[in-house]
Write a protein that binds this ligand. Structure first.
Ligand code: SF4
Length: 452
């Protein structure tokens, strides 16, 4: 029996989000071809400005791919348009409960397939990136992003390029031009420090990016629409934090801990483009919180008080997805909270600043100064902040091969963890999904042993 499938089908919100992630291709195609909207490629959670336009659609490019299970998920999607997702989820749950073996196995294959197929696709993109000649020194994330653009850049009208502290990231963005030169590159430089006139400069850069986007859109961006979007974006962020901290740090989970980690991984990937429809995403994630709370209230789920809480980070640039399953088998529960470490889950301060450009400039400046763009000292403090808030029992640091920026601060972090938190930590190296599972297992085994 599949561990994930058996539980994931009980959450209609998770089903919906998986569907929008894996089977979103048809919807994107329809928006582009029938509704004449423009798809804009984004990576990292930098999609917000696009929602100020009526006809620009952000897309994390892997979503334009065909996945092995897309067809079956589409059947579920069709069923949902007749019965609604809640009923689809109930019917699937009924089939599983009734133990109808053959059908149950098909459901397992589909749901397990979501995770597996996504990982296979990541590796496929990695291989395309390498074939394209990207330097072998680049990290997994950049190789896969190059692969995604080689494969699907033909479908987009532009790419939204935020420069960050990582020079390899900025080089990758520059290389997009050579993949397809007629696709418009919209650049947004974020000053590394909020000193002098940096905020004014950042506001100018945002306005200039908006003007470039207006050229693609053919519409002027709408202040009100952007303001309304930021409110929705903030709701998403609050619900996301509730899942990490209220549910993730509690002693009773609404599901098995490995399934919970799987849901956190799904959120981490899908948050980057809010599945191209933030209002729908906000509804889904809010429903997810409600479904989780409801199950906990009814005592449905699992007492996880004896499972050690292990913060696994950073994973946004690529990690071994088997990690959380291995940790679970060894008596732990893996928690992924990268976007909060990097400050992307902070509110966009639209309630204190009525001009959305000013509010977004403030948000980007904060993310840069104390999150993704900050120096290792501040970044390591952020890891500690999140580990403390989670009351983590241990920390697994995922050191990405080729990353000289976000994941090269383990030496400094290790000292701070020992000094400030007095919990053990370990660093694992990661290059490509599936390459190193035995070693990961062995090292995690020794690590979890220390926690007993
Ligand atoms: S910070 Fe590291 S993981 Fe992120 S893009 Fe740069 S090299 Fe890759």
């Amino acid at each position: 029996m599949s561990l994930y499938a058996d539980e994931i089908i009980r959450f209609s919100s998770v089903l919906k989000m998986s569907y929008n992630l894996i089977a979103g291709r048809d919807e994107l195609k329809r928006k582009k071809l029938r509704e004449k909207k423009h798809l804009i490629s984004v990576a990292l959670p930098f999609s917000d400005l696009l929602f100020g336009f009526p006809n620009l659609i952000p897309v994390f490019p892997i979503r334009m791919e065909v996945f092995k299970v897309s067809k079956y998920l589409s059947y579920l999607g069709s069923a949902s348009s007749i019965f609604g997702w809640d009923n689809v989820s109930k019917i699937l749950g009924y089939i599983k409960n009734a133990g109808i073996k053959e059908v149950s196995k098909v459901i397992d294959d589909i749901i397990d397939g979501v995770i597996e197929t996504l990982n296979e696709k990541y590796n496929e993109m990695y291989d395309i990136g390498v074939e394209r000649g990207i330097s072998s020194d680049f990290c997994f994330a950049l190789k896969t992003l190059v692969g995604m653009h080689v494969s699907k850049m033909k479908n987009v009208s532009g790419t939204l390029n935020y420069s960050i502290r990582c020079s390899a990231w900025n080089k990758y963005l520059e290389s997009l031009k050579s993949i397809k030169s007629d696709v418009k590159q919209i650049w947004l430089d974020i000053p590394p420090r909020n000193i002098g006139n940096a905020m004014g400069l950042l506001e100018d850069n945002i306005r200039s990016a908006l003007t470039d986007l207006e050229d693609i859109s053919g519409n002027t961006y709408n202040d009100n629409q952007l303001r309304e979007h930021f409110k929705v974006a903030n709701q998403i962020r609050r619900d996301y934090k509730t899942i990490i901290y209220e549910i993730g740090a509690s002693d009773f989970y609404p599901c098995n801990p490995a399934t919970f980690s799987e849901i956190l991984a799904l959120l981490s990937i899908s948050f980057q483009d809010y599945n191209s429809n933030p209002i729908r995403y906000a509804q889904n994630i809010h429903q997810m919180v409600n479904e989780m709370r409801e199950r906990i209230k009814k005592g449905i789920g699992m007492d996880v008080s004896k499972y050690k809480k292990i913060m696994v980070t950073p994973m946004f640039g690529g990690w071994e997805p088997k990690t959380h399953e291995i940790i679970y088998q060894l008596g732990g529960r893996a928690i992924y909270a990268d976007w909060d470490v990097l400050k992307f889950l902070d509110d966009i301060p639209i309630s204190s600043k009525s001009d959305p450009v000013e509010a977004y400039a403030q948000f980007l400046s904060d993310v840069t100064e104390s999150g993704i763009g900050c120096d290792n000292n501040v970044l390591t403090d952020s890891y500690i902040r999140v580990a403390k808030q989670l009351k983590a029992d241990g920390l697994v640091f995922n050191s990405l091969f080729g990353c000289h920026s976000v994941s090269n601060c383990y030496a400094m972090l290790k000292d701070k963890i020992r000094r400030d938190l007095e919990i053990p930590s370990i660093s694992l190296t990661f290059n490509r999904i599936g390459d190193n599972i035995e070693q990961v297992s062995t090292r995690l085994g020794a690590f979890m042993e220390m926690l007993r």
